[in-house]
Design a protein around this ligand. Sequence first.
Ligand SMILES: [Zn+2]
Length: 497
Amino acid sequence: MPRLAVGGLWHETNTFALSPTRLEDFQVLEGEAITQTLAGTRTPIGGFLDAARHLELDVAPTLFASALPAGMVAREAYETLAGRLIDLVRRVQPHALLLDLHGAMVADRIDDVEGDLLRRMRQALGGLPIGCVLDLHANTSADFVERIDLIAGYDTYPHVDPYDRGIEVAHLLARLLAGEIRPVRRYAQPPLLIAAAAQATDRPPMADLMRRAHQAEALPGVLTVTVAAGFPYADVPFAGLSVVATADGDADLASTVARDLAAAAWAARGQFRAHSMPPDEAVARALALLEGGGSGPVVLVDAADNVGGGAPGDGTVLLEALLRAGARGAVVALRDPDVVALARRVGEGAELHSEVGGKTDDRHGAPVTIRGRVVRLARADFTYTGSYMTGKRVPAGWAALLDLDGIALVVRERRVMPFDQEELRVLGIDPQEAAILVVKSAIAWRAAYGDIARAAIEVDTPGVCTNNLRSLPYRRLRRPVAPLDEDVPYAADAAAG
Ligand SMILES: [Zn+2]
C-alpha cells in the first residue's frame, strides 16, 4: 500500500500588522494528533484523510502547524517548524506528500516562505511527488509553482471548499503516483492587487474568473486550475492575483489556459472595487434600515480590522460611532485581554468602568472609555458548525459580554474570526435578534451571517486590512502595479512561464 505523508504549514501574514507571529502562536499538531484533530472536519487535511481512505493509501501524519493571521512570522518559528516538518516527512519514508499550505506566509527576511519550504523539501526529499491545497489568498510565486507537482487552490470566498480541494488534489496525486498522469504547470501573474472586500467569488468579477477556470478544467488534458485572488496585505514582490494551470503533459495547453485567465483578470481590473462609507454615515444608514422593517441584523463590515486578514481585532472606530448614536441592540466584539481580566475580577452582574480596545497600535482607533455591566463571563471556545471548516474546534479563550446602555459589547481574550454563528451563540447571543452586528471581516463573515443579514454596509474604517490599498506603505512589492500606479503595462501574451 503506497504511503502518503500528510502535513502543512499555514499562516496568512499581514506584514503591515505590528504584532509578530511567534512560535508559541502556532498550534502544532504532530503525528496522530493531526488525525485526531482533523479527521471528519471540512478542512483540507480532512479531505486528504477521507480521500486516502477511499484510494487505499496508507496515511503517515507528520506535522501541521497553523496560526491565526497576524504580523510577520519570527524567523526562528519558521526555521523550527519547517525543519521539524521536513524531518518527520523524511522519517516516514513516504511515496508521496500532501501539504495544507496557506500560500501567503512571510517570515523575517523570507518573502516567499512556501517557495523556500519547497526548495528545502526538494533538497531533502528529491523528486517525491508533492501536492498541496492553497488558500484563495495565496500569493503564489513562480519559484513555488515550479517546485511542487500539484496545486489545488480554494475556489471560494467565503472559503467553503477547502475540504473539496483536499479531495481533489489527493486524487490527482494518486493518479500521478500510479503513473497515469504527468502534470505540467504554467504560471501567470498580472500586475494586479485586489482588496479583500472586492474578491467575493459569488459576484463579478471573481465569479466570472472562477467560471472561466472551471470551464478550462473541463477541457481535455487540463487537470486543475487555480486562480488565487492573492493577499494584498503582504508586502512581498509577488503579492496579488495569480493563475496556475496544470495540464497532463501538455505545457502549451497549460500556458494558454494560464495566459487567458490572467488576461481576463487584467481586463476586469477596473471592476475590482470595494465601496464603503464613513462610520457615522454607516451607523445612521443602519438605523434608518431598521426603521424600514424586515428581520435579522444590519451588518456593519469593518474590513480594515479583519481578524482573518491579520488585523488586531481591537479597532474601536465603529464602537465609538455606535455609542455616539446610542444604537441600542447593536452587537460588537473586540479583543482586549485586560478588560476580560477586569471583568473576571469584578464578576457577573457588576458594573465596570474601563478603557477598551485600540491598544495594539494607533491605526485602528483610540481606546474608548466605557461604563457598563458585566452580563456574562464564559469560556468562548466553540466548534465550527456552519459552512466554514465544519467540525474544527476554535480555542477562543475567555470572553465577557458587557451591556453598555443597550449595546452588547463582547470583549475577548483572543482574536476570533467571525466565520460561524457559534462565536456568539456560545455566549448566549442570538445573532438573528441583533439589530446591528459589527463584523471584523471583509467577505468571510458571510459564511456565518450572510443568510440572516437584513442588509450589509461596508464601512470605511482605518486599519491594516484597509480597502484603500493606496494608503498602505508598500516597499517590497513589484512596481508598477494596479491599482497603486497609473498606466501599468501588461502584455498577457508573453506572461505565462
Ligand atoms: Zn483566505
